[in-house]
Write a protein that binds this ligand. Structure first.
Ligand code: NAP
Length: 472
């Protein structure tokens, strides 16, 4: 068993005691036991962290130096991935197989995407008589959620390092332990003092303090649309750059002529990955009326393979939800969907085990696209199946939520799928099962956010643009 008790924050290049005595308990959602604790930082700690980051800012840091820092952090992180995977399982309930793959290998691929972006980036160009340069933007406040704790941090801290921006990181209180292990790697990498700082504590207090801090130049936030809106409001008062990665209610659209079995099976897997606690999950399955019955039969067979159980067991595909709060929220959505007239095909709100925050994989048929379940992000293993009449109807439903983060389109040929996808107002779509690309820009339309993460485009979010008008 790991020692999960952490008593120090990482500020100005060293582990230091928090200025207050408060702490945050971390609960294993499979056992409901407290497994560790992290310090609850105060305003004074935030001040110290931002001041350290400001001192560390060097606007002319060389690309070679940034590359060395990136390489050092990635090497130190890579060694720790097996441990970090176990920690993620213990702190937020991801099945160990998911923790060892998606939760840790995807961040590594994402990190390498930033190495690539830095190596190939053109920092200067001529536009007429101007020399246009890209410089580090400044101090970054990174605020992250609990669902993919390492990934979320890597998607912000690594491009900031690549861009030459110091960071103050505030991880989620629900799953901070793996982030502390990532910071162990940062400490080992020997970055300049203040280049990366960690403060843990309540978002409404220190997260908000960071978002509004005049010493912060960029706020990069991932989390709920509600909190993202608040972060944007607070950050706007001091005119800083804001990047928001928020919620989703993505549609998996199966057009007539598509391989129905493949589209439905992949769609079920996507909806239930990480217990449905994935912002880009395809939580609405749209199928043509004439194939609706067949689709429901395929779903019922597919869902049977999603075994719920102890996340430490290697055969478990669905572990507990990450917290009691998440458990209650998801069960509430299921109960209200039944009351709203959706037809429960499988699963439901009944407790699965006596101990632990387990919810069965749940599928609703006949979901009204305008109902709560058709519109709101559940963030649990709940799939809504919706029948559509024709392609226009499918497009109307796909675009008919306030969100636009992700999605999929399946058709008899790629051209048809791409033609439909061009009309969907969302940031990323898989075409006929196209694989995940860790270097492709990721981010939302509408209430799913502002800005993009990952690869070259995500890296550019941390760069400021300067024009030097040269003499004729
Ligand atoms: P959340 O409640 O919005 O919290 C996200 C982070 O913000 C946490 O670190 C939280 O701290 C902090 N926070 C809370 N209130 C704050 C405030 N007033 N000012 C500044 N920071 C504050 O989201 P979550 O429940 O952790 O994560 C689930 C949500 O994230 C879902 O909606 C999901 O769709 C979204 N998400 C989006 C993406 C994407 O890339 N678009 C990826 C993953 C998740 P505490 O821990 O103290 O609450």
């Amino acid at each position: 068993m790991h020692d999960y008790d952490r008593s120090k924050l990482f500020i100005d290049g060293r582990w230091v005691p928090a200025s207050g005595t408060g702490h945050i308990d971390v609960v294993n959602p499979a056992t409901e036991e407290v497994i560790g604790r992290v310090p609850s930082a105060t305003d004074a700690d935030v001040e110290a962290a931002v001041a350290a980051a400001q001192r560390a800012f060097d606007p002319v840091v060389s690309v070679g130096e940034r590359r060395e820092r990136l390489d050092a952090v990635i090497a130190a992180m890579t060694k720790r991935l097996p441990t970090i995977a176990e920690t993620i399982t213990d702190e937020m309930g991801a099945p160990i197989r998911v923790a060892q793959t998606v939760q840790t290998q995807v961040p590594l691929a994402v990190a390498n995407g930033f190495v690539e972006a830095l190596a190939s980036y053109r920092f200067e160009e001529r536009i007429g008589n101007s020399l246009v340069t890209r410089e580090p933007y400044g101090v970054v406040a990174a605020i992250t959620p609990w669902n993919y704790p390492l990934y979320q941090v890597v998607a912000k801290v690594l491009p900031a390092i690549a861009a030459g921006c110091p960071v103050v990181l505030k991880p989620s209180n629900e799953a901070p332990l793996s982030v502390f292990e990532f910071i162990d790697a940062v400490a080992e990498a020997g970055l300049p003092d203040g280049a990366v700082n960690l403060v843990s504590g309540p978002g409404a207090a220190i997260g908000e303090r960071l978002a509004g801090h005049p010493g912060v130049d960029v706020v990069s936030f991932t989390g709920s649309t509600q909190v993202g809106s608040r972060v944007g409001e607070v950050a706007g008062r001091t005119i800083k750059k804001v990047a928001l990665e928020l919620g989703g209610k993505s549609a998996n659209v199966v057009l007539d002529g598509a391989n129905l079995a493949a589209a439905v099976k992949v769609g079920v897997g996507n909806a239930f990955l990480n217990g449905g606690q994935t912002c880009m999950a395809w939580t609405r399955l749209l199928v043509p009326e004439k194939h609706y019955q067949e689709a429901l039969e395929i779903i019922e067979t597919a869902v049977g393979k999603y075994t719920v159980g102890d996340p430490r067991e290697k055969d478990t595909r669905i572990g507990p939800l990450a917290s009691e709060n998440q458990y209650e929220t998801v069960r509430g959505y299921i109960e209200r969907a039944e009351r709203d007239g959706a037809r429960l095909l499988t699963g439901g709100a009944d407790p699965v085990r006596d101990v632990g925050y387990y919810v069965a994989p749940t599928v609703f048929a006949d979901v009204d696209p305008d109902s709560e379940l058709g519109q709101e992000e559940v963030f649990g293993p709940v799939l809504a199946v919706i029948a559509y009449t024709d392609t226009d109807d499918a497009l109307r439903i796909a675009n008919g939520t306030p969100y636009g983060l992700s999605g999929a389109v399946w058709a008899g040929d790629d051209e048809t799928a791409i033609g439909f996808a061009r009309q969907v107002r969302t940031g990323q779509l898989d075409i006929n099962g196209g694989p995940y690309n860790p270097a492709a820009p990721f981010g939302g339309y509408k209430k799913s956010g502002l800005g993009r993460e990952l690869g070259r485009v995500g890296f550019e979010e941390f760069l400021q643009v300067k024009s030097l008008q040269l003499p004729a």
